[in-house]
Design a binder for this molecule. Structure first.
Ligand code: NAP
Length: 275
């Protein structure tokens, strides 16, 4: 196995209790990965220096184009997925990245056995639970996330979306919340009800992340800043970390910095949103 990347910890604030990481993953992360007690929703993104999470170009809209596949970023994504009881993503991200299954071993195959060990130590099932959130129910059920033997999928949609999907989901469980546009609070409650999850990783895109911030249901953000500038023009807007939600400065979410790590020229930031 190629050696794992080693993150350098530049700043760390004490925060909760560590999840057991196998030695090589602990060395890679640059120490313990800790979470506070109780239910926690934490999002993960990689952005350019100018805050874009997608170039928004056909075939080049995915997160890997932003990260350029940095090994440290990918290893941390794997660790976060392996630590999570469930991964939540959105229909928009699924359409842009149709091959993604949100398993730790897909993003960082070199550490597949270590991720399995990590999940066993936490008493988690080997298969990754993945919840896909859609308002419309326009979901392609032939995609890898619904067929992979490594995934236990779940669809959360609106009542209208569930009607559209009726009879097509096979063994994939379907939960309907809200008439047309589910609130993220209801989505997270449905996911917790279905899976019993405590640690909920969101890998949804800027639309659902914005909704989560608006409804104050996301607790933390792991944000990798890639040493990359995308720029913007009328013709080429790309996609920023949060949109189309816009906050008034007096009500804009504010966060405390929890940790800063470095992988080559990438910065891995962790924030906790204030309530
Ligand atoms: N750089 C990164 O780290 C990163 C991470 C994640 C995603 N991305 C990128 O972000 C882009 C996708 O962004 P996105 O914002 O479209 O994806 P998203 O947030 O994952 O999904 C948006 C979808 O959520 C559904 N939805 C459910 N409830 C909703 C509600 N109440 N309000 C609005 N929508 C609701 C809608 O699905 P329906 O259309 O089915 O109704 C909507 O299209 C892709 O290019 C992806 O690669 C980048």
């Amino acid at each position: 196995m190629a050696p794992l990347p080693q993150l350098e910890t530049l700043f760390e604030r004490p925060h909760g209790s560590p999840v057991p990481l196998p030695g090589p993953l602990r060395d890679c992360y640059g120490g313990d990965l800790s979470f506070p007690e109780g239910r926690l929703v934490f999002a993960n993104f990689v952005s350019t220096i100018d805050g874009l999470v997608s170039f928004g170009l056909p075939g080049l809209a995915g997160a890997a184009v932003i990260s350029k596949g940095n090994a440290g970023d990918r290893a941390v994504m794997g660790i976060l997925r392996a630590a999570a009881d469930v991964v939540v993503s959105g229909a928009g991200t699924l359409r842009a990245e149709p091959k993604v299954t949100w398993t730790p071993q897909q993003v960082y195959p070199q550490a597949a056995e270590l991720f399995r060990e990590m999940r066993r130590a936490r008493g988690l099932p080997e298969r990754t639970r993945v919840a896909i959130v859609s308002a419309s129910g326009e979901i392609d059920l032939s995609l890898a996330v619904f067929r992979s033997p490594d995934v236990e999928p779940l669809i959360v949609t609106s009542v209208a979306g569930a009607e559209r999907l009726a009879g097509r989901t096979g063994e994939v469980p379907l939960r309907a919340v809200g008439e047309r546009e589910p609130s993220m609070r209801d989505v997270i409650d449905a996911v917790v009800h279905e899976t019993g999850a405590r640690l909920i990783l969101s890998e949804a895109g800027p639309t659902l992340f914005g909704r989560m911030l608006e409804e104050r249901v996301v607790d933390e953000l792991f944000l990798t800043v890639s040493p990359h500038v995308a720029g913007r023009s009328e013709e080429r807007r790309g996609t920023s970390l949060v949109e189309p939600t816009a906050f008034h400065p007096e009500r804009a979410p504010w966060a405390d910095l929890l940790s800063v790590k470095r992988s080559e020229d990438y910065l891995l930031l962790r924030y906790a949103f204030r309530r």
